[in-house]
Design a protein around this ligand. Structure first.
Ligand SMILES: NC(=O)c1ccc[n+]([C@@H]2O[C@H](COP(=O)([O-])OP(=O)(O)OC[C@H]3O[C@@H](n4cnc5c(N)ncnc54)[C@H](OP(=O)(O)O)[C@@H]3O)[C@@H](O)[C@H]2O)c1
Length: 232
């Protein structure tokens, strides 16, 4: 039983498909009902697992707890939480509005706190589980015009390492994955652009599956994945 936040598009959609293909029952969240409806058949087709779509804005604690409760009610528990929902707004600090700053930090960092705070008791109830946070190489490689995004992902890395230490004796493993450029529609981009050299969302999904299958004796706590041959 898994919850993938932001599972209606891009990397989250690929992760949900890979989990369902592996026979897992998966709930996905997203803001847009239209995107969730479009994603459902794509995930179902991966079978044999099942999928539930839940409209929830990760910035809203009440909506996050409702989504987690709905997942537990539908599937009987929660074993895996993949915090993938994220946004990027790229502009210099001097031109960034407070609302844009808040949108990035509230989604990429507070949204993960919301899901972990609400989700951990359910994982404990199951005797353990796995939390995988989708961060970014931007969390360790800051670049101009990306203050909010880089800060949110650097914060997410620190958050993940703290949480890992807090819940490890509950048999809950915590990892964070830091992709480089992935071919999705992230930040209103064109998912087909650069698809010949960018990392595929399916490759990130493969990392998530590998983490879940890894021996519980160890935690691959931080994983980096990047294009093998970035455009020169
Ligand atoms: N693409 C890259 O190059 C790249 C590289 C490194 C890391 N990442 C990280 O990977 C994650 C996924 O990115 P992506 O490329 O797959 O992006 P994407 O194609 O834009 O998909 C983002 C997903 O997150 C959902 N979402 C956004 N804000 C949300 C909110 N407040 N509440 C609930 N759902 C929300 C979207 O739902 P709606 O459809 O409803 O908007 C969508 O399902 C992000 O955390 C991103 O920072 C991406």
């Amino acid at each position: 039983m898994a919850l993938v936040t932001g599972g209606s598009r891009g990397i989250g959609l690929a992760i949900a498909r890979a989990l369902v293909a592996d026979g897992v029952q998966v709930a996905i969240t997203g803001r847009s009902a239209a995107h969730l409806s479009a994603a459902r058949p794509k995930i179902e087709a991966a079978g044999p697992g099942a999928v539930e779509t839940l409209q929830a804005d990760m910035r809203r604690y009440d909506q996050v707890t409702a989504a987690i409760d709905a997942t537990v009610a539908r599937f009987g528990g929660l074993d895996v939480l993949v915090n993938n929902a994220g946004v990027g707004i790229f502009t210099d600090v001097a031109t960034m509005t407070p609302d844009q700053w808040a949108e990035v930090l509230d989604t990429n960092l507070t949204g993960v706190f919301n899901a972990c705070q609400a989700g951990v008791p359910h994982l404990r109830r199951r005797g353990g589980g796995y939390i995988i946070n989708i961060s970014s190489l931007a969390g360790k490689n800051p670049f101009k015009g990306a203050a909010a995004y880089c800060a949110s992902k650097a914060g997410l890395n620190a958050f993940s390492e703290v949480l890992m230490q807090e819940v490890r004796y509950d048999n809950i493993r915590v990892s964070y994955v830091m992709p480089g450029s992935v071919s999705t529609g992230f930040s209103n981009g064109d998912e087909t652009k650069g698809a010949d050299w960018k990392t595929s969302p399916d490759d990130v999904a493969g990392v998530v599956l590998d983490l879940l299958r890894s021996d519980p004796r160890s935690i691959h706590s931080r994983v980096e994945i990047r294009p093998a041959q970035p455009k020169k």
